[in-house]
Design a protein around this ligand. Structure first.
Ligand SMILES: [Zn+2]
Length: 271
């Protein structure tokens, strides 16, 4: 009996090994080969818009009393001036006082919409470190080939990039197939009440997004031991785990969340 069992196990091992060997030599990688697109042209006006965006002190303070509404209103007016087509072709809602929710209607109402997010606010300059800055953190100065200032990476670059892309598409009379929501929170750095309110609003309206895209990591070099190529960090939370990790899940109950624990992290090197 034991001998027979041993033979079965042996047969199973031999079969499994054979399958693995055959697969090793016959299967090719399922990794998609995607041709890199050429980097888009950065126009003088796009650069100017970005620099100007950095000049607004849309700071989120730990102490809410320090909130400077004039800076946020100024930033809102600047966006209206800089992106006229965008403001003509979308509807804008002001949520929770300063968060901006734009809706760009798609051609096909049967398709689920997508939500693109960014935030207007930046963190303050840490007290006592002002003199350590060699540039004005709110001037958008270009020095040595870099643009300096609060919000250059977190997160005005994201907000301005979305608007530049949409404005350009609108200039060419492009209309997306699916509706696109642009949600620009005003207090992401201190809890994200604006994003919570947007999530609640969309939920109330029965909006179910195809996907939500928020800010991501940056491409860095020599930050990870053993990898010398530039590396981009991709954080891909699954919809369900995003929900379970989302800190305002019970309040909002949608996938519009930030600062969730990412269950999946991919590192992608540039070839
Ligand atoms: Zn951010």
């Amino acid at each position: 009996m034991i001998k027979k069992l041993f033979l079965y196990v042996l047969l199973a091992v031999v079969l499994l090994s054979a399958v693995l060997v055959i697969n090793t030599f016959t299967k090719t990688s399922a990794q998609m080969r995607v041709e890199a697109k050429p980097a888009p042209e950065i126009t003088a006006s796009a650069l100017q818009h970005f620099k100007e965006a950095l000049t607004f002190k849309t700071i989120s303070h730990g102490d809410r009393n320090q909130f400077d509404s004039a800076q946020f209103l100024g930033f809102r007016n600047f966006l209206e001036r800089a992106y006229p087509n965008f403001h003509a072709k979308t509807t804008r809602e002001i949520v929770n006082g300063y968060t901006l929710l734009y809706t760009w209607k798609g051609k096909n109402p049967a398709l689920k919409p997508i939500v693109l997010m960014a935030h207007q606010d930046v963190v303050p300059i840490e007290e006592g470190t002002e003199s350590l800055w060699t540039v004005d953190p709110f001037a958008g100065e270009i020095r040595d080939g870099f643009i300096w200032g609060r919000g250059t990476t977190d997160d005005k670059i994201n907000l301005i990039s979305l608007l530049e892309a949409a404005e350009k598409l609108m200039q060419n009379n492009f209309q997306p197939e699916q509706t696109i929501y642009f949600s620009f929170g005003h207090d992401e750095e201190v809890g994200g009440s604006g994003a919570i309110a947007v999530a609640a609003l969309l939920k109330e309206r029965g909006v179910e997004a195809e996907f939500v895209m928020d800010e991501g990591g940056i491409i860095t070099s020599n930050q990870i031991p053993g990898i010398t190529k530039p590396v981009a960090l991709w954080v891909l939370p699954k919809k369900d785990s995003c929900l379970s990790d989302c800190r305002w899940k019970r309040q909002a109950g949608t996938v519009l969340c930030q600062h969730q624990k990412p269950p999946l992290i991919f590192l992608q090197t540039q070839s």
